[in-house]
Design a protein around this ligand. Structure first.
Ligand SMILES: O=C(O)CCC(=O)C(=O)O
Ligand SMILES: [Fe+2]
Length: 319
């Protein structure tokens, strides 16, 4: 099974006032991808490869800084449980019993203090790039939500209206009432002799928000679980963004859109390449109550925050 590539040009970031009828073809294509596969590559999204490369570059500059420079930004100490730096090998994902071979930085709060101003000249413009990329991703993902609502014959604002605080004001986004997160990931070259049995770059899991945007560097390894039960590679395709449905959207649509299990495996032995990705987890506002949009009670209503906290504790474990 291949992951479809869909052209988003008609509604790319920057294009305004598009009549619903112009989104017909796009909505049919996205609906079939998300009901059958759960993943899609979007080309012509309006976020350019140049912008992605620039975000990747600053992200790598940050990850290659010495441990002690990154320590003040550690997650869970200074800035709450989502926002901040996750050091190498200190998190495990899904049911995997070994620690992921990765380092990460979660951006869930765009306040200057939270964003590494302290890094000063070590990673110049780190904060500005994060804010800017977060806002670009927010713009794209809210467009996708509108198309998804249309594709199911629903009020085009049904999903959007529960994401009113993803972008909030000039300098902030989310914060206390919306936990949408931009996550920078760095998977260093793997020293085969140090790898434990079962250890991978990121354990198998499904994401728990509404939708997820995935920007990948050239290093491969991302795989998703196909319906046949086999894992399928999702390589990086320059100029595209990979989008997947996450758990809350699956619930919201009474399981019509599928939140697909995925993981990041190790490179073949002897392959010393690193891997980078930049992920945008779109989440509804904390107090949004998610009920099945077809009027059934297939999934019991829950607030986005309650659902998130439950899935968060099931998915991630920290050292
Ligand atoms: O690195 C990747 O491409 C995927 C990581 C991932 O699935 C996640 O952080 O949820
Ligand atoms: Fe994921």
């Amino acid at each position: 099974m291949d992951i479809p590539v869909v052209d988003f040009d008609v509604y790319r970031v920057g294009v305004e006032d598009v009549a619903d009828e112009k989104l017909n073809v796009l909505s049919k294509e996205l609906k079939s991808a998300f009901t059958e596969v759960g993943f899609v590559y979007l080309k012509n999204s309006g976020i350019s490869q140049h912008e992605v490369d620039s975000m990747m570059n600053i992200s790598k500059t940050f990850f290659l800084l010495p441990h002690e420079v990154k320590m003040p930004l550690l997650r869970g100490k200074a800035y709450g449980s989502i926002h901040g730096w996750i050091s190498y090998g200190s998190e495990r994902t899904g049911s995997n019993r070994t620690w992921d071979l990765k380092e990460a930085f979660n951006i869930a709060d765009l306040q200057p203090m939270a964003l590494g101003v302290a890094l000063g000249g070590s990673a110049p413009r780190f904060r500005e790039k994060q804010v800017w990329f977060y806002r670009r991703c927010a713009d794209l993902s809210l467009r996708v939500l509108r198309v998804l609502a249309l594709s199911l014959g629903l009020d085009p604002d049904i999903f959007l209206s529960k994401h009113s605080r993803v972008v909030d004001g000039e300098q902030q986004a989310g914060g206390e009432q919306n936990r949408t997160t931009l996550r920078l990931l760095y998977y260093p070259p793997v020293q085969t002799e140090c790898v434990q049995e079962g250890q991978v770059r990121c354990g198998e899991h499904s994401d728990f928000g509404t939708i997820t945007l995935v920007f990948q560097g050239p290093g491969g390894g991302l795989q998703f679980l196909g319906r046949s039960g086999d894992y399928i590679h999702a390589p990086s395709i320059p100029g595209t963004v990979l989008i997947n449905i996450a758990d809350m959207m699956q619930r919201w649509t009474s399981d019509r859109f599928i939140s697909t299990i995925h993981r990041v495996v190790l490179p073949p032995p002897g392959d010393m390449s690193d891997r980078q990705s930049v992920i945008f987890f779109l989440l509804p506002d904390d107090d949004a109550v998610i009920t099945c949009c077809d009027g059934t009670d297939k999934c019991p209503p829950a607030t986005a925050l309650d659902f998130l906290m439950e899935r968060f504790s099931q998915t991630y474990e920290e050292k």
